[in-house]
Design a protein around this ligand. Structure first.
Ligand SMILES: *Cc1c(COP(=O)(O)O)cnc(C)c1O
Length: 396
């Protein structure tokens, strides 16, 4: 037997973290890393945040799981807080981002079914999108690397180039249910949609009875300096998938919707064994307490402004390597002129700086939202040093 006990689907690197503290990770061998990857935009409060740790420990000792057969005071409370702070009227809790997107897709289809239009089942989605790894969510993304060998995909999705409003509108027909889009593509390369594009989708949805479904799994929950990225655009969704930061490291996701959009989601239509269990709700409450503390989101915005400024100042010193910086708040991407994966590996292995590669040769800079100026200075110092000694492989 040559296969590893852990199914070998990830090309894992040599860093083997065993402990985290604030914005730092410690490897098996004691090496300390500055964590500007945050578990891919998940550890919003950094590692070992006392409020999150304490909430999980206390809830674990009180009540961990009961199933959705019973009433959920914990779920009702967190859902109410999310409803009070967003466009939404109702929330379904999941354990992951893909499940949140699945629920969003099902909610959109069910809306048209409830309206007597079951033929309106297609979502228009966008090239380079990432919505998760289930059969439904790889069907929603138009990417060979996600789908190779997993066909047949599910029908019900049509693909347009990202940020191309005319192309998206040209795909609308009598089968269209709505649009599914990330306001800022994450895996695709930290690509913010333009305001005209998102506003245009919203207008088309309004005028043609379609739904605007946003995937804010990566860009939501404070990452951009707003609670949700769509606030930057002044565009409200009908349905929205959330995950990653919402649990701060505890597996938690949510599908939020307006009352109108969720009209088909009646008793018996959807479910999850674990979704919204008391332990997950305790984690979600603790994260939300911190994110909604007065001043927290403006701290993210301010840190994002400073980090971006520092990166933009550094780039001209290494203009053979770095092209430009993009993104919002603490969801930043540095576009490279060579392979971003190779540079991420170099920064990690030689400079103990953790970043994440993304599409289009972008290096994602996704620090915990609780960073201060010292972490920004340390990151930029490590990055400059990494860039100074870096020699891209000849075939890049
Ligand atoms: C990570 C991600 C997902 C999938 O989340 P999982 O928790 O891995 O299922 C979906 N959409 C976006 C935009 C993401 O970044």
């Amino acid at each position: 037997m040559a296969i590893t006990p852990l199914m070998p689907v990830y090309p894992r690197c040599g860093v083997r973290p065993v402990r985290g503290e604030g914005c730092y990770l410690y490897g098996e061998d004691g090496t300390r890393y500055l964590d500007f990857a945050s578990g891919i935009a998940v550890n919003a409060l950094g590692h070992g945040h006392p409020k999150l740790v304490d909430a999980i420990a206390r809830q674990a000792a009180t009540l961990m799981h009961v199933s959705n057969l019973y009433g959920s005071p914990q779920g009702e409370h967190l859902a109410q807080r999310l409803v009070d702070s967003t466009f939404a009227d109702t929330v379904f809790f999941t354990n992951s981002g893909a499940e949140a997107v699945e629920c969003a897709i099902k909610t959109a289809r069910r809306y048209h079914f409830a309206n007597g239009n079951p033929q309106r089942h297609d979502l228009i989605t966008f090239n380079n999108a990432f919505h998760g790894r289930t059969i439904g969510t790889i069907s929603a993304a138009n990417q060979d690397k996600l789908r190779n060998g997993f066909e047949p995909l599910l029908p019900g999705f049509k693909y347009a180039p990202f940020d191309d409003l005319d192309a998206a509108l040209a795909l609308v027909d009598e089968h269209t249910a709505g649009f599914l889009v990330e306001p800022i593509q994450g895996e695709g390369g930290v690509r913010p949609a333009s305001e005209a594009f998102l506003k245009g989708l919203r207008e088309a949805a309004d005028s043609q009875g379609l739904l605007l479904v946003l995937d804010e799994v990566q860009c939501g929950y404070g990452r951009t300096g707003r609670f949700f990225a769509h606030e930057l655009y002044g565009v409200m969704p009908d349905i929205m998938a959330v995950a990653k930061g919402i649990g701060g490291g505890f597996p938690l996701g949510a599908c939020l919707a307006t009352e109108e959009a969720a009209k088909g989601m009646i008793a018996g239509t959807h479910g999850s064994t674990y979704g919204g269990n008391p332990l997950a709700m305790a984690a979600g409450e603790a994260v939300l307490d911190v994110i909604l503390e007065p001043g927290f989101l403006s701290h993210v915005e301010e840190m994002g402004r400073r980090l971006r400024g520092a990166l933009e100042q550094m780039i001209p010193n290494h203009d053979g390597l770095f092209d430009h910086v993009r993104g919002h708040g603490l969801m930043l991407g540095i576009k490279l002129k060579s392979d971003s994966r190779a540079f991420v590996a170099h920064a990690r292995d030689n400079h103990q700086l953790l970043l994440v590669a993304a599409g289009e040769n972008v290096v994602r800079v996704l620090p915990p939202l609780v960073i201060d100026e010292s972490h920004i200075a340390e990151c930029v110092e490590k990055l400059s040093e990494a860039a100074r000694v870096y020699v891209p492989a000849a075939d890049d």
